[in-house]
Design a binder for this molecule. Structure first.
Ligand SMILES: Nc1ncnc2c1ncn2[C@@H]1O[C@H](COP(=O)(O)OP(=O)(O)O)[C@@H](O)[C@H]1O
Ligand SMILES: Nc1ccn([C@@H]2O[C@H](COP(=O)(O)OP(=O)(O)O)[C@@H](O)[C@H]2O)c(=O)n1
Length: 439
C-alpha cells in the first residue's frame, strides 16, 4: 500500500456520460458506478465514489510510486462500433507516448450503469505528457457521441483520493462536472463481465452471431463471404443415424493425434471447427475485437453442423473442436483474474445453443500443465521456451479447462490424455463404444 504523500494523480477518462453521471454512492442512497481494476495478479481492485468524506479507505495499490496513473473507459455494449472503439484505444495505448506506461484492464459497473470496459494506464515517470496525449487521443475520437469525459484523480490534504470529472472541449480546455471521493468497494459476488457475456462473447443462436458479422461487411470484406457460406447451409441441421463424437481440449493435449487415429479405427469422417472453407479468414477475424472474433467462430460451428448432418448419414463423424471450444475460450478470455471469477456452474453461458446440432459424445482431453509444456515444446512451433511455460502455467488455460468442465447438455466427458498414444486411443474407443454402441 502506498503512503498518501507519494500518491500521484490518477486520471480517469470515462466516455459514457450515463454511467459516470450516476449519483455518487452516499449522495442519494443510490449506488453509483463501481470500478474494478484487472491487475496483473488474480484479484480485482474495486472502488466506488462517495460525495461525503466518509467511506472505506480508498484502494491505492494500483497507483504507481512515483509516477501517475490514468484510465479510460468505453461502453461495453454489444455493439460493433463500441467493440471497435475499445480495440482502437487498446492499440493506440501500446504506441507512442504510452510506450512507457503499463496498461491494465478496467471495468466500470453498477446497479444503474451499463458495463464499461477500459484501461488503467500507469505512467511510472509522471509528467504532463501522458495526460496531454490521452486528452488528444480522446479528442481525436471526435466523430463519436457523446464527447469523452475526463476524470482526474488527485490526493486531498489528508491523503484521501478524489475524482474530478471533466468534460473535454473540442477546441481545447475542459469543464469540471463534479468532484467525488474515491472509496474502496467490495469485490462483487459475480465478476462484472459475467452478466454481459451472453451478448458480448458467447452466442447462443445463429441469428445472434450472424447479426454481428453482418454489421462488419463494410470494413471486413471477408464477412460477406462468411455470411454467404452460412446462408447456403440448411437451417437447423439434423444429425444422421451414425454417431457424432467431438474431441475437445487445450492446445497440445493430443486432439489431432486422437481424432486421426479414432478416425482410422472407426472408418469415420474427420471434421474440424472452424471448417476448412472459412479457415483462410481466421487471421483476419482473430485480429478483430472479441465480439466479432467470437461471432466468426460461432458461425463456423453452424457451418460445421451442416457438414456433420450430411456426413453422419453415411458414417461415424469425429469432430476436432466444436461449440464447447468456442464458448470456453470466449469465457476464459473475457473473465479476468482467477478461476473463481468464472460464471458459476449451471450458468446460461454453459448451455448448448438450442439451434445447433448436438453431438452424441464430447470427450475432453486433459494433461497436466507439465506434460502440456513438454508436448508444446516437442511440437516446436514458433513459441520460445519461456513463452510456452508462461502460457501453460497462466490462469488462462485453467479457466478454459474449468469452463469446458462446466459445459452442460451435452457435457464434456474428461479423458486423461497423459498415457501413451495407444492407451489414450484405447480409452477413447472404449468410451465411444460404451456411449454409441457397436459401430
Ligand atoms: N499420448 C501422447 N503421448 C505423448 N505425446 C503425444 C501424445 N498425444 C499427442 N502427443 C504429441 O503432443 C503434441 C501435441 O499433440 P496434438 O495432437 O497436435 O495436440 P492438439 O491437436 O490438441 O493441439 C504432438 O507433438 C503429438 O505428437
Ligand atoms: N470451434 C472453435 C475452434 C477454435 N476456436 C478458437 O481457436 C483457438 C484454438 O484454435 P487452434 O487452431 O489453436 O486449435 P488447435 O490447433 O489447438 O486444435 C482458440 O483459442 C479459440 O479461440 C474457437 O473459438 N472455436
Amino acid at each position: 500500500m502506498l503512503h498518501p504523500s507519494r500518491l500521484g494523480r490518477l486520471t480517469l477518462l470515462p466516455r459514457a456520460l450515463s454511467a459516470m453521471s450516476a449519483p455518487p454512492a452516499g449522495a442519494s442512497g443510490q449506488a453509483g458506478p463501481c470500478f474494478a481494476v484487472e491487475g496483473p495478479g488474480s484479484d480485482l481492485v474495486c472502488f466506488t465514489l462517495s460525495a461525503g468524506a466518509s467511506g472505506r479507505p480508498e484502494p491505492r495499490c494500483f497507483v504507481p510510486a512515483p509516477g501517475r496513473c490514468y484510465s479510460l473507459c468505453v461502453p461495453a455494449a454489444p455493439s460493433v462500433p463500441m467493440a471497435r472503439l475499445h480495440r482502437r484505444l487498446q492499440q493506440r495505448l501500446r504506441q507512442g507516448p504510452f510506450g512507457r506506461c503499463r496498461v491494465l484492464g478496467l471495468l466500470c459497473y453498477g446497479a444503474q450503469a451499463a458495463l464499461e470496459k477500459g484501461f488503467l494506464i500507469q505512467d511510472p515517470q509522471g509528467g504532463p505528457e501522458t495526460e496531454r496525449a490521452l486528452e488528444e487521443l480522446l479528442r481525436g475520437l471526435g466523430e463519436l457521441p457523446p464527447p469523452p469525459l475526463l476524470g482526474v484523480y488527485e490526493a486531498g490534504e489528508r491523503g484521501e483520493l478524489w475524482q474530478c470529472l471533466w468534460a473535454l472541449r473540442g477546441a481545447g480546455g475542459r469543464d469540471l462536472l463534479r468532484r467525488a471521493r474515491v472509496v474502496a468497494a467490495e469485490e462483487p459476488p459475480l465478476h462484472p463481465a459475467v452478466p454481459g457475456l451472453s451478448h458480448a462473447a458467447v452466442f447462443h443462436s445463429l441469428e445472434a452471431a450472424r447479426s454481428v458479422v453482418e454489421q462488419c461487411t463494410s470494413f471486413i470484406p471477408e464477412a460477406t463471404a462468411v455470411l454467404d457460406l452460412v446462408d447456403k447451409c440448411p437451417k437447423q441441421s439434423k444429425k444422421g443415424e451414425f454417431p457424432v463424437i467431438v474431441i475437445e481440449g487445450l492446445d497440445a493435449t493430443g486432439k489431432t493425434t486422437v481424432t486421426q487415429s479414432v478416425n482410422d479405427s472407426l472408418n469415420a469422417l474427420l471434421l474440424r471447427s472452424p471448417p476448412a472453407c472459412i479457415s483462410q479468414w481466421r487471421k483476419t477475424f482473430d485480429d478483430e475485437p472479441t465480439l466479432i472474433r467470437r461471432a466468426f467462430y460461432a458461425l463456423g460451428n453452424y457451418i460445421v453442423a451442416s457438414e456433420i448432418a450430411k456426413a453422419s448419414t453415411k458414417s461415424p463423424v469425429v469432430v476436432d473442436r466444436y461449440w464447447h471450444s468456442t464458448a470456453a475460450y470466449a469465457i476464459a478470455t473475457e473473465i479476468s483474474g482467477k478461476v473463481q471469477n468464472l460464471p458459476p456452474a449451471h450458468h446460461e453461458v454453459y448451455q448448448w445453443p438450442e439451434d445447433l446440432l448436438k453431438p452424441d459424445l464430447v470427450l475432453l482431453l486433459t494433461v497436466s500443465p507439465e506434460e502440456r509444456i513438454r508436448r508444446l515444446q516437442g511440437r516446436g512451433l514458433e513459441k520460445t521456451e519461456e513463452e510456452t511455460e508462461l502460457e501453460a502455467n497462466s490462469l488462462f488455460p485453467q479457466k478454459v479447462e474449468e469452463s469446458y468442465k462446466r459445459m452442460e447438455n451435452p457435457r464434456c466427458q474428461e479423458v486423461d490424455a497423459s498415457p501413451s498414444r495407444e492407451e489414450v486411443l484405447r480409452t477413447v474407443l472404449y468410451l465411444i463404444k460404451k456411449h454409441c454402441g457397436s459401430l
